[in-house]
Ligand binder design. Structure first.
Ligand code: ZN
Ligand code: ZN
Length: 404
């Protein structure tokens, strides 16, 4: 056993010193929400803070103008910890997913740990990862970062995400893929000349209903979710619509079930196109994976939550819950030992992805969530930088799960 209690105390003291600066940044990003791939001010603010505390920052990074990679090296080579930061908002809702807390917690944890690196070996990185919510050209940036070597040389990666209710050290995330369906028909006067039209909106509505008709036949143990909207369906009610567009998401806890769900959605659209004499064009996005678990990292965050006297849901109970959302961080869990703890802000009953949750991120509970996030990430990092046994076990578990 390594006694790292001095460093644990020190990193929490450093976190406390940083909290006023971090809280200000969290609120500033919260009040000025920027959509994914457009997070210019938010990324610039986080980079400014990191540079102010002596980090070497590459910005822009990875060919994305709102991505960054901040590095602070220790007294000698050792474990490399990569903390991910997100800072994108939702259209029409602002920070309804609380990414203003994620970005500032990740940056704060990196800085708190960096203050110990004159005495410790290793490196801490803070990677700014744009557009987690999928908006714009950098949508799901961690998928490409994970696939294209950004995490090469990293021993462990993590981030924290706020939620309503009570914290969870881990969770199950669904694989997800997006499908855009576009129907082309022919305009005509809706009354006088309707027989000369080809109604693209009818194709869209039939597609929507055909997908509903398929739900009963979905595999129940695959946690399949199919959700969609019609984004275009005509311009005036006296014109037969010649264009209609649907956007669907298909999710499952079983990555191998996703192709089946894509086929079901596309076949529904093909049938509707045939029925209405419209033409169908569709695109399927690259998608996000489901996440690989790591019990060692789970235990490490339980230990930090307990040291912080922070309440969390029993992981056995969490494992029995149906998986909820998806995250591009799941792709990171396939290339490096990684974990994505959820920090509960209370306010049970408030929905995620709502304006109400954006408001929660600005309350004292939001401030507390930021503090817990910073400290949990920083203390986990201290353990990994000072205790080779903990790190080795976590890495060995990752390797064995990756092969299975
Ligand atoms: Zn979200
Ligand atoms: Zn989120």
């Amino acid at each position: 056993m390594v006694d790292n209690s001095v460093y644990m105390k020190k990193v929490q003291d450093e976190a406390d010193k940083l909290l006023p600066e971090l809280k200000k940044a969290k609120d500033e990003i919260g009040l000025n929400p920027e959509l994914g791939s457009e997070e210019e001010k938010s990324s610039a603010l986080l980079v400014e803070i990191l540079r102010g505390h002596g980090f070497e920052v590459e910005y822009p990074f990875f060919g994305m103008h709102t991505a960054f990679k901040a590095v602070r090296k220790g007294k000698e080579s050792g474990p490399v910890i990569a903390i991910c930061a997100e800072y994108d908002a939702l259209p029409g809702i602002g920070h309804g997913c609380g990414h203003n807390i994620i970005g500032t917690a990740g940056v704060g944890a990196g800085i708190a740990v960096s203050k110990l690196l004159d005495e410790l070996p290793g490196e801490v990185w803070v990677i700014g990862t744009p557009a987690e919510e999928g908006h714009g050209p950098h949508g799901g940036s961690k998928v490409r970062m994970a696939a294209q070597g950004v995490f090469e040389g990293v021993d462990v990666s993590y981030m924290v995400h706020p939620m309503t209710g009570t914290s969870m050290v881990t969770g199950n995330f669904l694989a997800v893929t997006g499908i855009t369906l576009e129907f082309k028909g022919k305009t005509a006067h809706a009354a006088a000349d309707a027989h000369n039209g080809q109604n693209a909106l009818n194709a869209a509505v039939l597609t929507y209903m055909a997908i509903h008709a398929n739900r009963q036949q979905l595999k129940r143990d695959a946690n399949a979710v199919v959700h969609g909207i019609i984004t275009e369906g005509g311009l005036a009610n006296n014109i037969i619509p010649d264009k209609a567009v649907l956007r669907f998401g298909v999710r499952s806890s079983d990555d191998t079930y996703i192709p089946h769900l894509i086929e079901m959605v596309v076949n529904s659209a093909k049938g509707a196109a045939l029925a209405t004499s419209c033409e169908l064009e569709y695109t399927v996005s690259a998608g996000l994976k489901s996440n690989l678990q790591n019990d060692g990292l789970e235990k490490l965050f339980i230990k930090t939550f307990e040291a912080l006297d922070h309440e969390y849901v029993d992981p056995v109970a969490v494992a029995k819950m149906p998986p909820g959302g998806s995250t591009d961080f799941a792709d990171v869990t396939h290339v490096v030992a990684a974990i994505h703890p959820m920090i509960g802000l209370g306010h049970k009953g408030v929905a995620m992805h709502s304006k109400d949750f954006a408001d929660v991120s600005m309350t004292p509970e939001g401030d507390k969530g930021l503090e817990v996030g910073v400290k949990a990430l920083a203390m986990a990092s201290v353990e990994l930088l000072t205790n080779p046994e903990t790190l080795a076990a976590i890495k060995a578990e990752f390797e064995s799960r990756r092969l299975n």
